[in-house]
Ligand binder design. Structure first.
Ligand SMILES: N[C@@H](CCC(=O)N[C@@H](CS)C(=O)NCC(=O)O)C(=O)O
Length: 196
């Protein structure tokens, strides 16, 4: 979703190739792209990449400039970088042990110390987002950037799948970021052809 959202914000042409991560059978065509077997991955001419934040940075640098990515000499660059990476490395990653414990682990292993620790660590790190949103409409300042794409994804993941309750400021922020036309188009493209 992060990658498709960046593509839509930048108006780039692309095709979505769905991969069913829960399928019993492996997908040899996808394994040829990412032998580690996780999404997202992109192919762009001869470039093959994994890791959502790295892919976003690649697209913005390769096909920019774009207002999604402040330049290094801009005042907001450091805070932009921090939240761009916090969204995945500091927040969303912590939700994966919670999700697999809740939905995939055997019944007896659902309540486990590691997943509980991850939930608590997420709540602590969320304070960085809350504190920032108390004084700024977007994470890098007045303008929407890729840091918002990164963190919006993480907050939604935590709220929808891990039982995290967000505060009023975070909810209002999500309403703002998800009201963008590019977000709505990205949602439609991400779900095209996927039966629910
Ligand atoms: N750090 C990676 C995390 C990617 C990730 O967790 N992907 C999940 C789906 S959202 C996945 O494919 N999981 C399947 C697996 O790891 O086997 C990124 O940001 O791209």
């Amino acid at each position: 979703m992060r990658v498709v959202w960046v593509l839509e914000e930048m108006g780039l042409l692309y095709c979505v190739r769905h991969v069913d991560m829960l399928a019993a059978e492996q997908d040899p065509e996808f394994l040829a792209v990412n032998p580690a077997d996780y999404i997202p991955a992109i192919q762009d001419g001869g470039v093959v990449m994994v890791e959502s934040i790295a892919i976003m940075e690649y697209l913005m640098a390769r096909y920019g400039p774009t207002p999604l990515a402040p330049a290094p000499h801009d005042q907001e660059f450091s805070v932009y970088q921090q939240f761009l990476h916090l969204g995945e490395a500091g927040l969303a990653t912590l939700m994966m042990p919670v999700i697999v414990s809740r939905f995939i682990a055997p019944e007896t292993e659902r309540e486990n110390w590691g997943a509980t620790w991850c939930l608590q660590a997420f709540q602590k790190r969320l304070k960085l987002v809350s504190q920032r949103l108390a004084s700024s409409p977007y994470l890098a300042g007045k303008a929407f950037t890729a840091a918002d794409i990164s963190v919006t994804y993480a907050l939604n993941l935590a709220k929808r799948n891990c039982g995290i309750t967000l505060g009023d400021a975070e909810e209002a922020y999500l309403a703002r970021t998800m009201d963008r036309d590019a977000y709505k188009r990205a949602m439609d493209r991400s779900h095209e052809g996927v039966s629910t």
